[in-house]
Write a protein that binds this ligand. Structure first.
Ligand SMILES: [Mg+2]
Length: 182
C-alpha cells in the first residue's frame, strides 16, 4: 500500500498560517470539500473557512478544489468560495486529478499542498502524486454511510498510530547511530 502518512497535521484548515505555507515551500493550495472546507454532505462552510480561502488567495497562492463529490455540488461550492477552479469526481487517491490541478494552476505538483480530512483518499493521493500532504481533522462524523465511515475512521486512527510508532522507533535508531558516530 502506498504511504498514507501526512507531511503535516492540523486540527482545522483555518489553523494553517500563511507562514506555514511559505515554510512548506507551497506555491498553490488544493482543498478537499467534505469535512475539510464544508460540513459533510452539506453546502455549509464553518466560520472562518471562506475568509481563510480569501486570505490565502490574496497572499498569492492559487487555490483549487479537488473533490470526489459530484459535479453540480463542486460547481456550486466553487461559486460560494469566490469562483475557485475545481475538479469534481476526482477519484482520489488516483493521481490524475492532482496532476490536472497542478497543470491548471501552472505549477509543479510538488509545489502544491493538498489539504484534506481523509488518509486513504486525500493524503494517499497527494503522496502518490508527489504533492505536499496536509491532514486535517474532520469537522464531524459523517452522517451519510455512517457505518462505512466509522470503520474507515477507525482504520485511519490505527494506521496513524502504527506509523507514528514506526517513525519514532526509526528516529530512536537514527539518534543512537549518530551518537555512536560522535
Ligand atoms: Mg473530505
Amino acid at each position: 500500500m502506498h504511504d498514507a502518512y501526512p507531511d503535516y497535521e492540523y486540527k482545522r484548515i483555518t489553523d494553517i498560517t500563511l507562514n506555514d505555507l511559505y515554510n512548506m515551500g507551497a506555491k498553490a493550495v488544493a482543498v478537499d470539500l467534505d469535512n475539510t472546507t464544508v460540513l459533510d454532505s452539506t453546502l455549509r462552510a464553518p466560520g472562518g473557512v471562506k475568509e481563510w480561502l480569501q486570505t490565502v488567495r490574496a497572499a498569492g497562492f492559487p487555490v483549487i478544489i479537488i473533490s470526489n463529490t459530484y459535479t453540480i455540488r463542486a460547481w456550486w461550492l466553487s461559486k460560494k468560495f469566490g469562483n475557485l477552479p475545481w475538479i469534481s469526481m476526482a477519484d482520489k487517491p488516483h493521481t490524475a486529478a492532482f496532476f490536472k490541478a497542478a497543470k491548471m494552476l501552472g505549477i509543479e505538483v510538488s509545489d502544491m499542498v493538498m489539504i484534506g480530512d481523509r488518509l486513504f483518499t486525500d493524503v494517499m493521493g497527494a503522496n502518490k502524486a508527489g504533492a505536499i500532504s496536509i491532514k486535517v481533522d474532520p469537522f464531524e462524523p459523517e452522517k451519510l454511510f455512517a457505518e462505512k465511515f466509522r470503520k474507515e475512521r477507525k482504520k485511519e486512527r490505527e494506521y496513524l498510530e502504527k506509523r507514528r510508532k514506526e517513525r519514532n522507533a526509526e528516529n530512536r535508531r537514527f539518534s543512537r547511530k549518530s551518537e555512536k558516530i560522535k
